[in-house]
Design a protein around this ligand. Structure first.
Ligand SMILES: Cc1cc2nc3c(=O)[nH]c(=O)nc-3n(C[C@H](O)[C@H](O)[C@H](O)COP(=O)(O)OP(=O)(O)OC[C@H]3O[C@@H](n4cnc5c(N)ncnc54)[C@H](O)[C@@H]3O)c2cc1C
Length: 420
């Protein structure tokens, strides 16, 4: 467990201009790392309800990082993120990403994505069914595929390793970690003055608060005047039982675009997930593991039919125990435009959001928010102006919350760039 300080210790030296990050998943950890790397007198304090294990989505992500997205904003953030994860010991494995299609329209999509990738400066190559299958022979049946699209610089992020490395680095540079469940805030003159928590209150005297609380963000920010349409959704993922490690070139991360199914080699077993079901909204509980909807057994069973070794995957019997590699219902956030909410909140002068961010873009987005917070009113670069506009939490102002939440749910099935 990371070494933490008590709230009494934080209240002992109530410096102004401190930066309180609530949430120590990959986003909060990235923020603490990048802010503490800068020459600043601003102390960083990260508050999480648990430092023993990652209770949020970060603890469950299979960690695929596909850098190409229909949004060039996300593509640029993902490229920046990969360049950072490569600096973390054992943080990123460049195993590649392989998209497959078995339909004519799907193949057209692959070609369009290949062209888009080349414009974005990402290496991407169309493969024949045989060449595609040779990259992951246990997963891919060449006869069921028309073409593949291989992205050689994509890979898998070890999200837990990166998170603990970033927290350690931040602590080494003076950041403090506090274990406390935040329950709300006191406001005065449009500013947060007190962070309330089950472990006690923190007086924050002119400091900055950043919510990096993932699926819990909209409930924690319920006092914010503008809408925060971050909707927690259910997602099924499962494993095969353990098997001997494969030898040879590591398998790329595979995505069957027509079926909204993906799979990866976890070393001692394989993993598989599916988006091929109606979006299912959940209330965020204590962890990012939800109750198991019985229809997920059918979803996983159908998903496994697309894999050559599909019969090896467990599709029945879920587990909320994070150490048990059984089917589980992992929860993550969707938003109306599939973009993060990262920036200053309107109406509360010292509150920032850094949420609805995938592992794929966490470090790049945290670097942007670091620049924004430390800029102190100085002009932003044109690139950062573009990011500010695209990611600003204010962009949904004036739209009814129920409409936004329905739009967010509808984006669940687009996560694999179906619209491109
Ligand atoms: C099954 C599954 C598959 C996924 N696959 C991928 C993938 O392949 N690629 C990818 O890029 N992403 C993937 N994701 C999404 C990714 O995991 C998340 O988007 C990312 O981890 C979010 O990070 P975070 O730091 O914002 O949130 P979290 O990891 O959820 O961290 C939030 C933290 O805030 C803390 N917190 C919350 N409320 C409070 C409070 N009131 N007081 C104190 N602390 C609080 C929590 O304890 C938690 O540690 C997947 C997610 C799931 C569940």
């Amino acid at each position: 467990m990371a070494s933490t300080v008590q709230i009494s210790n934080v209240n002992e030296s109530p410096l102004s201009r401190r930066i309180f990050i609530i949430g120590g998943g990959i986003v909060g950890a990235s923020l603490s790392h990048f802010i503490s790397q800068e020459q600043t007198d601003r102390e960083v304090i990260v508050i999480d309800k648990c430092w023993d294990e990652l209770l949020g989505s970060t603890g469950h992500a299979p960690g695929f990082v596909g850098q190409l997205n229909e949004s060039s904003v996300l593509t640029n953030l993902a490229k920046d993120t990969v360049s950072e994860y490569l600096k973390v010991p054992d943080g990123f494995n460049v195993v590649g990403g392989l998209e497959l299609s078995s339909t004519h329209s799907g193949v057209e999509t692959l070609y369009r994505r290949r062209d888009l990738a080349l414009v974005a400066g990402l290496h991407a190559e169309i493969l024949s069914p045989r060449d595609a299958a040779s990259l992951a022979p246990d997963f891919i049946n060449a006869a069921s595929v028309k073409n593949g699209l291989h992205f050689s610089s994509d890979g898998t992020a070890n999200a837990q390793t990166i998170t603990s490395y970033y927290c350690q680095q931040a602590q080494f540079r003076g950041a403090k970690l506090v274990e406390a469940e935040v329950t709300g805030f006191d406001f005065k003159n449009g500013e947060i003055t007190v962070i309330r928590s089950l472990a006690g209150d923190i007086q924050i005297h002119g400091s900055t608060v950043v919510l990096a609380t993932g699926i819990w963000t909209s409930s924690l920010a319920s006092d914010v005047p503008s809408p925060i349409p971050i909707v927690p959704v259910a997602h099924p993922y499962t494993f095969t039982p353990p098997r001997p490690y494969r030898s040879g070139t590591p398998y790329p991360f595979i995505r069957w675009l027509d079926h909204h199914v993906y799979a990866r080699d976890h070393g001692d077993r394989d993993g598989m997930g599916s988006y091929d079901h109606s979006p299912l909204r959940l209330a965020a509980g204590q962890t990012a593991i939800g109750p198991w909807p019985s229809e997920f057994e059918m979803v996983l069973s159908e998903a496994s039919s697309h894999l050559k070794n599909g019969k090896n995957f467990l599709v029945n019997g879920s587990s909320a125990d994070m150490n048990k590699k059984r089917p589980f219902n992992g929860i993550f956030s969707v938003t109306p435009d599939n973009l993060p909410l990262a920036g200053k909140v309107s109406g509360i002068s010292n509150l920032w959001l850094c949420a609805a961010i995938w592992v794929t873009t966490a470090a790049g987005t945290a670097k942007f928010i670091t620049r924004e917070i430390l800029r102190d009113g100085d002009h932003a670069t044109p690139e950062d102006e573009e990011l500010r506009k695209a990611l600003s939490p204010v962009r949904f102002q004036g739209i009814e919350t129920s409409i936004l939440e329905n739009q967010a749910l509808a984006r669940y099935n687009d996560i694999y760039n179906r619209e491109i």
